[in-house]
Each structure stands twice: as C-alpha cells, then as structure tokens.
Design a protein around this ligand. Structure first.
Ligand code: MIC
Ligand code: SF4
Length: 641
C-alpha cells in the first residue's frame, strides 16, 4: 500500500507494534541529541544503565542552554558532560558551538534516519527529512543504550503547500498560521508531513523554522521530503553523501490534509502568552516595543541573520528599543562576521550574544517591568523571559527587524520589499568545536562537581493510595509553569533536591512546602497538561516532593511519558470532576495496583464526603508495567536483574 514518508521511515525502523494510529509502537533510534539542561540527568541515567558505549549510529551532546555560568554549577556540568561523552562514545559540541538543533541540522542530520532528542524542538531536523522526535532524558538515555523508543503511532497529517511566499511573509508565518488554525493542542498524537508544489520554494533553513515550531502544536514531529533543495543544503555543508531522495508514495493516504497557499500567507504575530494567540501584524500596528530579540532554534540561521542585517543596514535601533541577537551556531556567526553582516548589525546598535539559547530560556536579557518584547523565538509563555509581567510577541526576523528600527509594530511597507537572501553554495565548515570520542573511552575519568546529586528514585506503586489534592490548575499548563527555567533555576538541573524548591513557583510559591507537608500528593490539571518543553524535571521534581499522581483532563505527549518514567501516575479525570474537586481534598484509592495492571477504571473516595470520583489510566501494557515498577529506571533494572 502506498505510504506517507513518515510511515515509510517508521516502517524501516519498526521494532514492535502495528502501525495503526494511536497504538503503541517501538522504533529503532539511529541518532540521539542531548543538551546540557536535560543532558546531565540523561547521562546520569545512561550511566545507571551500565552500558559501556552508546549503541546508536551517532550521539551528540550539546552545551547551549546553561552558558551564563553565574556560579560553578553549570561549568561543572559542562565538564561532567564532556568527560562522560568521551567515556561512552558520544560527540561533544562545546559551549560556543551553537544551539543543538541548528548545529544538528547543519552538521549531523541525515534524511530518512531517526533522531531522538532530550529537547522538545528536536523535530527541527525534520526540515532535512529526518524523523526527529523530542523526549524526556530517560527515554533518550535508553535509546543511547540501544533500547527502542516507544510512542503511540501518530496520525499523519498532510500539509499541502502551494504557491510561494511573497512580500513580508516568511516561513515563520506558515507555522504561525497553523498555530492560529489548530492551537497549541491541535497537534497532539500527530506528525505533520509537508508536501505539494510549494515545498520546492522553501530552503532547508526555512523548512526547519516550520518543523521546529511544530512542537508548539504539541505534534510528535513534523517532516519535509528530501528533495533537490535538501541536496543543495547538504552539498553546501559538504555532506552531500548523506542525501537520499525521500517523499511520500504516490497515492499515499493522509489522515487529513491541510491546504496552505503560501502566496496568501501574511505576516503574523503570536501575542502574549501563548504561541497560538496569533493575529496579523497589522492588528498590533502602533504598539510600542521595549526590546527585540533575534535568535533561538526557530530563527537564527544564516538566512535569518542576513535578512535582519540587510533590513537594519544604515539604520540605528530605535531609542526606546533594545536589539539583542543570538546566532544559532558558530558557523552562522563566523559567516556573518566574514561577510560583513555582523558589522552591519553592530553598526545598527545590536547587542550580539554568543551562539546559544540565551534569552529564549530566560538566561539573561529579561525585558523591563511590564515591558513588550518582540522575539523570533517559539515560546511566549508568561514569565519565561524572566520578567513576570512582560508581554512577549513572537514573529519573523523580517518583522522583528522593522520593529527594531521603528520602536513599534507597523504594517510592513508594501512599497518596500524585504531582501531575499540566497543561501551560499558552500557554508564555512569547521567542526573544530566538536570533540569526537576516543575509540576506547574506558580509561576516561568522569568528573562530577558538587552540584551533581544522585537521581531520586520512587518505590513501586502502592496498592492503596490516600493522597491530598495539592493544587488545581486550568488548561494548557506548560512544563515552564511546573518547573520554571531561567538564570536562577536552570543551573540546578543536576540537583533535584535543590531545583524542587521552585516547582510551580510562578503559580503558587508555597507549593513545595505544602507538597512536602502533605505527601503523598496529587495535582489536578485541565486539558493538555504539561505542554511545551521536554524537561523531565517537571516530573522528577514533583516526584521528589511526594506527588504520586496527576489527575488531568488530557496530557501532552512528552510530559505524560515523563510522568510514567518517573513513577507518577497520569490519570484521566472528567471536566466535571475537575471542577468539583478542591485543593485540600483527600482522595483514597484502593486496589490501585490491580486496577492499573488490568487496565480497569479506578474509583477514588473523597475522604469525609462520601463522594466518589471516576478515574481512568490510559496507558499501554508496557507503560502500565513501568508505572507498577515505580518508573522506567526501576523497570529496566528489574528486567536486567
Ligand atoms: C525549552 O525550550 O523549553 C527547552 C529549555 O529547550 C526545553 C528543554 C529543557 O527544559 O531543558 C525543551 O524545549 O524541551
Ligand atoms: Fe534553546 Fe529556546 Fe530552542 Fe529551547 S526553544 S532549544 S531554549 S533556543
């Protein structure tokens, strides 16, 4: 039967399961990617598995998130990551070499292969025709150890592109348009596969902007075919041999087809505080802006920065606005330095940072109180910038550059066309900042700093649970809400006891103390609970605080897997029961183990009221086993024993 590209890659990598949408399958992972904010945990977990050398075709460890180094913690983590990479056969991309997704696209991604990354924006490599998926650190550690990756077979949605972008419309607007139509939960359980005549009009970096932000739809992944444009990009990166032509078979059946006419796309902007609050830029014209940030794994390619430099050339940043630029990689930074675009940006008054995540994850450059910041990034969750009451707008590099000049949003001038940047025939290729592992790393000493604490483990699931509702939250709670990032908290990623003091700190600063006092505890969530980042800390830290289960109307994919892996039970609750329960209510569930094992609904008694609540545990057989064992590390160890 003719298949989609996604199905054909899955089929080539299938280890277990039937490929019916929604059913659990297991696939072989060819490459892994980790970054420093999730990577120390992933490497500690990999070490705990006791495998001497990674069993993938390629594993790369990047340092890009925790690069502020305001104390010894992050520097110690970098040293640990470098040494553990050398010991176990992992390539190490040094701090300063760039953002994992941008560097992976440039230097390592291979069309038709699978990539699992401990970062939600791993699907960026889908711009090259890879099946690239974000996951929690433990799932990536397991993949490094040669274990397959388990996921629900996604429904493959075809996005048919027609026409060509025109005027001020940019690749960013394509994905903002999808977010406008589908919302931040519209992609859960789906892969977005792009096809049609419009595909050939987009370069690989433009495609990568689109696949990157498929994460904001909640999608499992997003993918473009591997065509002549892919080949050109790989050739320019001196990697043409990695190319293979890839496309859906003629007559492939998509679960649904979404049509996008690129020529009808207009410049868009996502308003505070969600990436799906999308309106045309013209609707916010006149809004004064304090800061413009250009960068992040969404929009920091050579094409993006050259575009911004060309628009800024000869102008000075408006006096009310600051302009901050973080290039996506050292390759991008070096090339704009050599071709003069960097000089144009500096002359315009830009503040240029090192190639790293930087302001995207609140590592510096927080806007002023109540400030308006316009960013080419992918997430504008409340407080993520480091300023609780700032309003973050997400837009394209083209629009961001115009805002930097004018100090406010404006209807892009129709008379003036934005520059169209041609990609070079050859990028400057220099992998000097990637350290390849030695053939035999068994003598390498792994260096651990005092901030690196052992991973806490949970015991097996109890049979009777009496637990207190600690917090009730609404829909679309992000993992940034659960486990905030930023300059103060991120350096504690290797230290669960310390970082757990910040759980829910933006919503309820008393949460950690209350959780410890009332353990075991429950969290009551709405729809799409745990959307956004892949950070396992949003499960590990609540687990450390004694949270036993999360009761939610629905869950985001990666977070749900992380909860199970960490020994927290994700339970589905109806909207009516979510409404009815209150913080402080105590729920008692008997026969929990038997019900989870048999995949039966659970009845919880509300202690003291005589009321009951019906809960379901929607897990695969394998996940139920993991849940009973109290988490995936326990589960793997038990199997190994
Ligand atoms: C993010 O964009 O939120 C992050 C930081 O890259 C996370 C990973 C993390 O929390 O370390 C992600 O997207 O998965
Ligand atoms: Fe880094 Fe931001 Fe991309 Fe996350 S979204 S990987 S923090 S640049």
């Amino acid at each position: 039967m003719p298949g989609t590209l996604t199905e054909s890659i899955i089929n080539d990598h299938l280890v277990a399961g039937g490929m019916a949408a929604g059913e659990e399958i297991a696939i072989r992972i060819d490459q892994t990617l980790t970054q420093d904010a999730t990577g120390t945990m992933a490497c500690l977990q990999f070490e705990a598995l006791g495998i001497p050398r990674v069993r993938t075709e390629l594993s790369v460890s990047y340092v890009d998130h925790n690069t502020l180094q305001t104390g010894f913690e992050s520097a110690d983590d970098h040293r640990y990551l470098q040494s553990v990479a050398a010991r176990h056969g992992v390539h190490f991309s040094r701090p300063g070499n760039g953002i994992c997704h941008q560097v992976h696209l440039e230097r390592f991604g291979v069309p038709g292969r699978t990539l699992l990354g401990s970062d939600s924006h791993t699907p960026t490599a889908g711009g090259l025709g890879m099946l690239a998926i974000g996951a929690g650190g433990l799932d990536v550690a397991a993949a490094m150890a040669g274990e397959p990756f388990y996921l629900d077979m996604p429904a493959v949605i075809g996005v048919r592109l027609e026409g060509e972008l025109a005027g001020w419309a940019s690749a960013k607007d394509v994905i903002l348009e999808l977010l406008r139509r589908l919302t931040v939960k519209g992609g859960v359980g789906k892969v977005f596969e792009y096809f049609g005549p419009g595909v050939a009009t987009l370069t690989v970096p433009e495609r990568a902007t689109i696949t990157n932000m498929g994460a904001e739809l909640g999608a499992t992944s997003s993918i473009f075919p591997g065509d002549e444009r892919t080949r050109e990009f790989l050739r320019a990166q001196q990697r043409e041999d990695a190319w293979t032509p890839l496309a859906a078979d003629d007559g492939a059946q998509f679960a649904q087809v979404i049509e996008i006419d690129l020529s009808a796309i207009e410049p868009l902007v996502a308003q505070p505080h969600m990436p799906d609050e999308v309106v045309p830029v013209s609707e916010v014209a006149g809004l004064q802006v304090d800061q413009v940030c250009i960068g992040s794994c969404t929009n920091s390619s050579l094409r993006d920065l050259m575009t911004v430099a060309a628009i800024m050339r000869g102008h000075t940043v408006h006096e009310r606005t600051g302009l901050v630029i973080s290039p996506g990689s050292r390759q991008v930074e070096e090339m704009i330095a050599r071709n003069g675009a960097l000089a144009d940006l500096l002359a315009a008054g830009a503040r240029v940072l090192e190639p790293a995540c930087g302001p995207c994850i609140g590592m510096g450059q927080s806007p002023p109180s109540g400030g308006i910041s316009v960013r080419t990034f992918n997430r504008n969750f409340k407080g993520r910038s480091g300023t609780a009451d700032a309003g973050i707008y997400l837009t394209s590099p083209e629009i961001a550059a115009l805002v930097a000049i004018h100090g406010e949003f404006l209807d892009p001038p129709a008379a003036l066309q934005p520059p169209r940047i041609e990609l070079p025939d050859a990028f400057d290729v220099d992998d000097g900042m990637v350290i390849s592992p030695p053939e035999d790393g068994s003598d390498v000493e792994v260096i651990r700093g005092p901030n690196i604490k052992p991973i806490p483990l949970r015991g097996p699931l109890p049979d009777t649970l009496e637990a207190t509702v600690l917090l009730r939250v609404g829909d679309n709670i992000t993992t940034d809400d659960i486990m905030p990032a930023g300059a103060k908290v991120l350096p504690l990623r290797s230290n669960i006891p310390a970082i757990s003091e910040f759980v829910f700190s933006g919503i309820d600063p008393e949460f950690p103390a209350r959780a410890k006092q009332h353990a075991p505890g429950l969290i009551l969530g709405g729809e799409n609970y745990g959307q956004g980042s892949s950070r396992e800390h949003a499960a590990l830290a609540p687990m450390y605080l004694g949270v036993q289960a999360v009761l939610a109307e629905s869950f985001a994919r990666i977070h749900k897997a992380n909860l199970v892996n960490c020994g927290i039970l994700p339970l589905d609750i109806s909207a009516a029961d979510h409404e009815r329960l209150r913080p402080g209510d105590v729920l008692r569930i008997e026969g929990l183990r038997a019900a989870v094992a048999a995949d039966e609904p659970l009845t919880a008694q509300v202690v003291g009221s005589g009321e009951t609540v019906c809960l379901t545990c929607d897990l695969s057989e394998r996940e139920r086993d993991v849940a009973l064992a109290g988490g995936r590390l326990n589960h793997i160890r038990r199997r190994q024993a």
